[in-house]
Design a protein around this ligand. Structure first.
Ligand SMILES: Cc1ncc(COP(=O)(O)O)c(C=O)c1O
Length: 423
């Protein structure tokens, strides 16, 4: 399918692309669950994105309040990220892996400049699960211990190592045996972590706010207490900021809310600038030194590529320059307040509204109510999604630079959609 940019599609072309897209998807990829009737479901075929808007193949506009589960903190096709990436594309998208690439080195510096404490040395990779894999390996190498403490209902990715510390049995069970020495404790209890740490524990891994777990915000004292425990017990603390990183929760990093400096911090999703996949984990010089023993203990062909590094540098620059963390905090607080009034109006359908910044969860009475609510919003051209580990929670995760009138539209659409919804 070769179409010049700017080519206005005829209706026949739109129909053909939609039909072919659905057929190809269902024949060659994992079946798309929402496509039951090809002709009726043609509107599900996405075609372009701009800012907080996604357009389907027919040009219908949807407000993106899902934000690719955290990818689109800068919205779709942020013009500065796109321009920088295009320049790099024309110069050198991938790297030799033999010479020094200054673009990737600069992304490392920029990350170090904004990360808390002495988190300084970065390993770039391509996704969230890879960031977690690398962090787990580094923790083992540095501590010479094997075990991990994680939390129930956490989500850290689906490759075998990350899956081993993901606290949702339904994802883990079919793939056993996984890493053996992993203990899961309830999220929010520092005492439980203290108790679970044993003589062979290498690290504790935590999300600042559990995203897929249903947007669970921990008690205020949790992170500082866990930091103190890890330091006292000689165990590393890994912050999985794959979803919370780069302004999502109203601070540049989730751990900043509590002035905690973890030993390793993982990023992905928004680090892409919404344009080129990028992941990373960053640690101190001292901990990273464990990797120096053999540079081949951990490596990635595409990891340090300058195209993704360009996107990452721009994502950091724009987020900081445009004060998007502050914007996320302000818009998130306002949205929480308005959603809580909706809860007061529809108490039988909404159990709780919670969140931090623009990572917000609306807990509905049950899974099917959540699904109907999401469908009704979709019919009103607003995209939201449920939380992977807790499907009754409808998740709101829009771009941090979303125009405020689009959030007004979300609230109005929710109000209308909740009316007459019986739990
Ligand atoms: C906190 C957290 N860690 C890790 C991951 C895995 O990221 P990826 O899907 O890029 O592998 C996710 C994805 O949702 C996540 O939310």
């Amino acid at each position: 399918m070769k179409l010049p940019i700017g080519h206005a599609l005829t209706r026949d072309e739109q129909d053909a692309i939609a039909a072919e897209g659905i057929d190809n998807w269902n024949a060659y990829l994992r079946r798309f669950p929402k496509t039951k009737d090809r002709d009726r479901d043609r509107v599900l075929v996405e075609w372009s994105g701009e800012g907080s808007i996604i357009r389907n193949i027919y040009g219908d506009e949807y407000v993106d309040c899902l934000g690719g589960y955290g990818i689109f903190s800068l919205g779709h096709r942020h013009p500065e990220v796109v321009a920088a990436v295009k320049d790099q594309l024309d110069r050198m998208p991938l790297h030799s892996q033999y010479l020094v690439n200054p673009i990737t080195a600069e992304a490392g510096r920029r990350l170090a400049e904004v990360l808390p404490g002495n988190l300084k040395r970065t390993f770039f990779c391509n996704s969230g699960t890879e960031a977690v894999e690398g962090a787990l390996k580094l923790a083992r190498l540095h501590t010479k211990k094997g075990g991990f403490v994680s939390t129930e209902n956490s989500f850290h990715g689906k490759s075998l190592g990350s899956l081993s510390v993901t606290g949702r049995p339904v994802f883990r069970e079919p793939f056993r045996p996984l890493l053996q020495d992993v203990t899961f404790v309830p999220y929010g209890s520092a005492a439980a972590i203290d108790k679970a740490i044993g003589s062979d524990t290498a690290a504790v891994i935590l999300e600042p706010v559990q995203g897929e777990g249903g947007v669970i915000v921990p008690p205020e004292a949790y992170w500082p207490e866990v930091r103190e425990i890890c330091t006292r017990r000689g165990v590393l603390l890994i912050a999985d900021e794959v979803q919370t990183g780069l302004g999502r929760t109203g601070a540049l990093f989730g751990v900043n809310h509590w002035n905690v400096v973890p030993d390793i911090l993982c990023l992905a999703k928004a680090l892409s600038g919404g344009v080129v996949p990028c992941g990373s984990f960053t640690t101190t010089d001292e901990i990273f030194a464990a990797f120096h023993g053999n540079p081949m203990w951990h490596s990635s062909t595409f990891g340090n590529n300058p195209l993704a590094a360009t996107a990452a540098s721009m994502a950091i620059e724009i987020t900081v320059r445009d004060r998007l963390s502050e914007r996320s905090a302000r818009l998130g607080a306002d949205l929480l307040r308005r959603l809580r009034s909706l809860q007061a109006k529809h108490p039988r359908v909404i159990i709780e509204v919670r969140g931090k910044g623009l990572l917000i969860g609306i807990e509905t009475k049950n899974e099917s109510v959540g699904a109907v609510l999401a469908e009704r919003l979709y019919a009103k051209r607003i995209l939201v999604a449920y939380a992977l580990n807790k499907p009754e929670v409808v998740r709101i995760e829009p771009p941090l630079n979303i125009p405020e009138d689009l959030l007004d539209r979300l609230v109005a659409a929710l109000d209308e959609s909740l009316a007459g919804l019986v739990a």
